[in-house]
Design a protein around this ligand. Sequence first.
Ligand code: IPM
Ligand code: MG
Length: 369
Amino acid sequence: MAANRQILLLPGDGIGPEVMAETRRVIDWLGKKRGVRFDIAEDIVGGAALDAHGTPLHDKTMAKAKAIGCVLFGAVGGPKWDNLPFAQKPERGLLRLRKEMDLFANLRPAVCFDALVGASTLKPEVVQGLDIIILRELTGGLYFGEPRGITDIGNGQRRGVNTQVYTTSEIRRVAEVGFELARKRRRKVTSLEKANVMESGVLWREEVTKLHREKFSDVALEHMYADNGAMQLVRNPKQFDVMVTDNLFGDILSDVAAMLTGSLGMLPSASLGAADATGRRLALYEPVHGSAPDIAGKGVANPLAMILSLAMALRYSFDLPDNADAVENGVRAVLAEGVRTGDIMQPGATKVSTRAMGDRLLAALDRAA
Ligand code: IPM
Ligand code: MG
């Protein structure tokens, strides 16, 4: 029977296929034990697609992603493809998906699970109870701005150029998502840019201020320079609720935020497009961690960020908040039992493989069902 809920799995490279395999088991569990069924399609991306088709994202895969509308993405890249020309790098596959699906709003929640307080490099009192969201603009700014490129300017000199560019509507649509998220949380938005040195930052600040005044005066808004934001994230991260920022600053700040939670292996993300007339958004869900070639194929990767990304899909693409809660509570339960992959290992805990983490999670889900 057709499930009407469709997901495209793109496991990618490195540890991507390993963490996706455990996520797939959770999807099967949802069907079997909770009657929540999905139609699953699967395809290749990144280095895997380069090897098979000579391009990091085949046009057919791109079309499939748009038609299905919800993508679960593993990770791309690895040393094998490091020296390719820019346009062929595995990462271009991911950037093309983001751009062509117009996934401008990238939600990166940094939540510190109680059981992992000791796994962070920061003091327990700094991270205990942490629950913030970094909202990164994902389809504009330096990543896509024109002109860009490397040119020969003679005399053995070359010139590399990228352009930081934002328009009013690009700023407003992502800020709007930020204010709406904050309304369901602690009603505070911190907007980050470098208005002290960049015109695009001045515009960012002005447009966010204007939108706030027009539509969101019930939410507290503060502005912060992005460099100060990086410092505040490690000094006192709990001062934040929703942090809204551009593509490059968001890339950097979300890696900082990851370490507050103990490990990059714990952080999920959701990338959302604009809502259509029926309220549906194109979406891609991926762990914030990369393909981790150093541990790929060893069965030791942490599958939880990928599984928590599935939980975000249940919440934002399928309006199944109870099932999202169930999966997140399952993760909380295995962590509380002291079950750990290597990246979050702590003294006295039980170190397990990727597969065994999946087994233990399914057991916890069964117990709670
Ligand atoms: C991320 C990654 C990507 C980015 C890479 C893999 C292109 O670092 O999602 O944070 O820079 O956006
Ligand atoms: Mg990054």
